[in-house]
Design a protein around this ligand. Structure first.
Ligand code: APR
Length: 259
């Protein structure tokens, strides 16, 4: 199949879909300046993921918080949504996307305007106290005096993101599985499929009858196993092309040429 037929097939599939769900990984935020975890330039090549294990965080909160501040709040905290995030928001506004399940914690889908976002691994814009389970907004704390202590009970504060060794939060887990089961088209953007249980969601979608469209710069664990249409390229480029085809003439169409 040549590239054009491939692309046209994806457009036709999406046009016919009754319930398309997008599933995003670190790759969608790379063009916002956020490095991926794995592969070339991956964070886990430079930093020790052990500091983001729950037990290690409890044992060495100051060291973990220093890394968290650098990675999540200095690095990620200033990033802005890119064309691929806006494309998903526009597709949702126009009825093509019913939900976005994201493994990313960067809050960029929400900033782009997506409404039905399921944060499968949490979100850095919230904090939680490990002792009293009280939730706080990121803006409730300055990051000068680390580790952060709960304003209510003095317990250790953690970003509300899923660490290694932690279960996926509820209701995100249930909602994401429900969306995967309901989907007839499941659009994977920028995920290696190496982290579980997140990587099971596309498999659930496939098993319950969805067609899988995958957007990535390289092949992944999903590509030869479950993907029906692989669109090779950068998320902003492919999503920009998809939106131009799907929303031609709509009110958001021009912005893909202006951005
Ligand atoms: N456009 C599309 N895809 C891209 C781009 C791009 N511009 N740049 C990189 N990619 C692809 C890579 O080829 C790779 O397949 O994005 C993927 C990023 O993979 P990972 O870094 O493994 O990200 P992800 O699958 O989201 O990781 C899952 O791992 O460490 C945990 O909790 C963390 O949520 C994260 C989870």
């Amino acid at each position: 199949m040549n590239k054009t037929t491939h692309f046209d097939d994806a457009v036709n599939l999406i046009k016919r879909a009754k319930h398309m769900v997008a599933f995003t990984g670190a790759g969608i935020s790379v063009e916002s300046g956020i490095p991926p975890f794995r592969g070339r330039g991956g964070l886990w090549n430079s930093y020790d993921p052990a500091l983001l294990e729950l037990d290690e965080f409890k044992n060495k909160p100051k060291d973990s918080w220093k890394l968290l501040k650098k990675l999540f709040y200095t690095h990620f905290g200033t990033a802005k949504p890119n064309g691929a995030h806006y494309a998903l928001a526009d597709l949702e506004e126009n009825g093509f996307v019913k939900a976005v399940i994201t493994q990313n914690i960067d809050n960029l889908h929400q900033l782009a305007g997506s409404k039905n976002v399921i944060d499968f691994h949490g979100n850095i814009s919230r904090m939680v106290c490990l002792a009293c389970k009280h939730f706080f907004a990121r803006s409730d704390y300055s990051l000068n005096d680390l580790p952060l202590k709960c304003k209510e009970c003095g317990g250790l504060i953690k970003p509300d993101v899923t660490f290694f060794g932690e279960a996926v939060p509820e209701p995100a887990n249930t909602l994401a599985n429900r969306q995967a089961e309901m989907s007839d088209v499941f659009l994977i953007i920028g995920s290696t499929g190496e982290v579980y249980p997140a990587a099971l969601l596309p498999e659930t979608a496939k098993e319950t009858g969805a067609k899988i469209i995958e957007v990535n710069t390289s092949e992944t664990q999903f590509t030869n196993k479950i993907t029906d249409i692989f669109l090779k390229g950068k998320a902003t480029e492919i999503m920009g092309e998809l939106v131009s085809s799907l929303l031609a003439g709509s009110k958001n169409w021009e912005r893909y040429f202006l951005r």
